[in-house]
Write a protein that binds this ligand. Sequence first.
Ligand code: ATP
Ligand code: MG
Length: 217
Amino acid sequence: MGAQGFFLAVEGIDGSGKSGIVRSLAAHLGAEGRDVLVTREPGGTPEGEAIRGLVLAGADEAWDPMAELLLMTAARVQHVRRVIAPALAQGRVVISDRYAGSTLAYQGTGRGLSEDFIRTLHAEATGDLWPDLTLVLDLEAGVGLARSRRRLTGETLDEGRFESLDLAFHERIRAAFLAQAARDPGRHAVIDASGTPEEVQARACAALAPFLAQAPV
Ligand SMILES: Nc1ncnc2c1ncn2[C@@H]1O[C@H](COP(=O)(O)OP(=O)(O)OP(=O)(O)O)[C@@H](O)[C@H]1O
Ligand SMILES: [Mg+2]
């Protein structure tokens, strides 16, 4: 946990609006005078971005699930040790677009690896760093996929790998995020991600406010 700063992760299925919410929350908190660092997973460091390219550019299931987990974890080690932990030590607000919850959902629930193993690996790899708050953007999988398809039209499809998997898969991922929130409700907030971006943003701000009010930032 961020002993000094505040660590916020935004999770949810593809197309649930994570990247948009990360941008608008960062703008909102910055306007309040907070020192905000925006980052993402997989990625957040040059090494992590290279790993992102490797993992997301492959065909569906090109990587063995265990290999994929270890690549994601390698990227996270660089990210936590070189970016997230130092920023928290400086008292900053770190907002990460996806974090370990995505590993539990995609490599655990999605690809069948043991959740206990993923949690143990995470603990060893990161010093068991979990967000102070994870916002779960909750949305029907079909709505998320439709949003993603619109976004990807006209763009290169290199990051469309996870989105080409089927609807049932994405509903399982959605349920996995909800289960994570239910397991640790004190550090999660489930946000209804349907409606306009402004509506979702207002819900996210309302959920975040009491946590920030308690935080040393
Ligand atoms: N509330 C909303 N209503 C309609 N469209 C939205 C809404 N929020 C985001 N979008 C659009 O849906 C698409 C996906 O949003 P965004 O990229 O923020 O989602 P994401 O969760 O980051 O997706 P991914 O997991 O693929 O990175 C974008 O084109 C975005 O403009
Ligand atoms: Mg995104």
